[in-house]
Design a protein around this ligand. Structure first.
Ligand code: CP
Length: 310
């Protein structure tokens, strides 16, 4: 495995890591991807490390992927879910995490609905903190696995046109992807209804497009996001049916393009809304490759951050 080190002891967001960090994570993930495709998928790298997966929000992919990554690295793993914990009795975030750490936990993987919760914790506790999604802010390992999957499919990320389509306003995946893709030299566009695109997002150096057909003509890769109804306190679109009509992507639209583009989605997919099944399951889709690469990326992040302990 690589001997180099990350510039940081936490993974709080892509904004706070360097391009060299991303390249090191990719190099290490490539080595781990080879490991997890062997008959014996386990290495002893984190045998002396205890990791707590602390999830205050629902998750399928991220949680399973982190747990699998930790077990493949031979770490000891404890899982914490807010819905079945004493958080419902009024315990604070800091008290909850300090109690977990009192049981000699070395690393905390956390998903929390409050943007910045991980920054707050990193100032108060000694363990390595990994952001598994903080509200509408960042989801750094998702962006890393997305960019890694683009590189695997297209050879490189630099110079590629990547459009992120959908509910940009409520998406932590969008912001982390914008930072990650730009650090790697891609051109980034966001596409969606005006109500779901943050004002002034162009200040981040992204193009803005409201016509999904034009966006598909422009791009090499379309990363399609779901409408996050659970984060919408008011109505941002008239109806899901109308959203599907104007912004949904189907196989026919892909076939009408003069080139073959790559389709991605972080999951969970609302089939028939942002993406029809014939597009999601087409040969152009790398959605399940993203999930597979997620384990290797998370192994790399855990392994490299463990090297920053002490
Ligand atoms: N992509 C993603 O974060 O999925 P989960 O919410 O299932 O973890």
């Amino acid at each position: 495995m690589s001997n180099s080190q990350l510039s940081t002891k936490h993974l709080l967001g892509i904004k706070y890591i360097t391009t060299e960090d991303i390249e090191l994570i990719f190099k290490t993930a490539t080595e781990f991807k080879e490991v997890i495709n062997r008959p014996i998928k386990k290495v002893p790298s984190l045998r002396d490390v205890t990791i707590a997966n602390v999830f205050f929000e629902n998750s399928t992919r991220t949680r399973i992927s982190f747990e699998l990554a930790e077990k493949r690295l031979s770490a000891d793993v404890v899982n914490f879910s807010a819905s079945s914990s004493s958080v419902s009795k009024g315990e604070t975030l800091l008290d909850t995490v300090n109690n977990i750490l009192a049981m000699k936990v070395d690393m905390v993987v956390m998903r929390h609905p409050a943007p910045g919760a991980h920054h707050f914790l990193s100032k108060h506790i000694d363990a390595n903190i990994i952001n598994a999604g903080d509200g509408t802010h960042e989801h750094p390992t998702q962006a890393l696995l997305d960019a890694f999957s683009i590189r695997e499919k297209l050879g490189e990320v630099a110079g590629k046109n990547v459009v992120i389509v959908g509910d940009i306003l409520h998406s932590r995946v969008a912001l982390s992807n914008i930072f990650c893709l730009q650090k790697l030299g891609a051109h980034v566009m966001v596409c969606g209804p005006a109500t779901l695109i943050p004002k002034h997002i162009d200040k981040l150096g992204v193009q803005v497009e409201h016509d999904v057909r034009k966006a598909l003509e422009w791009c090499d890769v379309a990363n399609v996001l779901r409408i996050q109804l659970e984060r919408q306190d008011i109505k941002y679109i008239p109806s899901l049916r109308e959203y599907a009509l104007y912004f949904g992507i189907n196989k026919k639209m892909l076939e009408n393009l003069e080139k073959e583009i790559v389709i991605m989605h972080p999951g969970p997919i609302n089939r028939g809304i942002e993406l029809t099944s014939d597009a999601a399951d087409s040969g152009q889709s790398i959605i399940l490759d993203q999930v597979e690469n997620g384990v290797a990326i998370r192994m790399a992040v855990l392994y490299l951050l463990a090297g920053k302990r002490g």
